[in-house]
Design a protein around this ligand. Structure first.
Ligand code: 16G
Length: 242
């Protein structure tokens, strides 16, 4: 990285341009997960810019979850979350097993009549009541995904009660899903979703749709999520046919 690579490109304060340049270096794989960033002083000297500028750029990348600061050790490229595709788990469970703190920013909790699309996905008659839950999901306060879950109202009699985990709330009524079908596809973040997640508009997103079912096959959940492409790996185990 050289000063001329970012000083005269883009808009906004210099630290923002440095932030973008550092992010590009990570996205291009030149700095990999767990690689250390040079010290603030070395970066400032090498680039011929002030330490404050370097500090602001690094802090912004830490806030975005791109870098992590480890006490006394320095600043590193943050690990990606690796998620197995074969086990049916909740976001809360996934983050807790990783020793991360799951959080949510609630955007919507409401009850309404199923749209035609929701009715089809949940195998409901038109006009059936559904509960809708729209949340920004965070891990250690880093935004990871924007999630929109729709559940037949009869399975969540009091939607306001859903606080942390939707699956825990369903479990309380004996309606925890036992099986799920999931569709994954690549998308680009639109303006609004990107803003909510704090990533650039047009950056890579992983769109995931999950329909989950009770043991008897009744659909319980139709959830559409956008995961950050820069933070998530989905891993599946495969075997040849027997
Ligand atoms: C996961 C599921 C989502 C489910 C949620 C429940 C994917 C792509 N999505 O985020 O369908 O509603 O877990 O999590 O895995 P909770 O119990 O923590 O609310």
């Amino acid at each position: 990285l050289r000063a001329r690579d970012f000083e005269n490109t883009g808009h906004g304060p210099l630290y923002r341009r440095l932030q973008t340049a550092l992010k590009a270096i990570i996205d291009d794989g030149l700095l990999k997960v767990d690689d250390a960033l040079p010290s603030e002083r070395d970066l400032a000297t090498e680039l011929g810019i002030s330490r404050v500028t370097v500090r602001n750029a690094v802090r912004a990348l830490v806030d975005d979850g791109v870098l992590v600061q480890r006490h006394g050790a320095g600043t590193f490229v943050a690990p990606r979350v690796e998620q197995a595709l074969s086990r049916l788990t909740s976001f809360t469970e996934d983050m807790t097993t990783r020793g991360m703190n799951p959080g949510a920013v609630w955007l919507e909790k409401s009850v309404g009549y199923a749209t035609p699309e929701e009715a089809m996905a949940l195998n409901l008659s038109p006009g059936t009541e559904v509960a809708r839950f729209r949340r920004l999901r965070t891990a250690n306060d880093k935004p990871m995904a924007l999630e929109f879950a729709v559940v037949p109202k009869q399975f969540i009699p009091v939607p306001e009660e859903v606080d942390k985990s939707l699956y825990d709330a369903l479990a309380k009524y004996g309606k925890k899903p036992e099986r799920a079908l999931q569709r994954l596809r690549a998308e680009l973040f639109d303006y609004e979703t990107a803003r909510a997640l704090g990533v650039p508009e047009g950056s890579a997103a992983l769109y995931i749709e999950r329909r989950s079912f009770l043991a008897n096959g009744t659909p319980v959940e139709f959830t559409r999520s956008h995961y950050r492409g820069d933070s998530y790996d989905f891993i599946a185990e495969m075997q040849v046919d027997a």
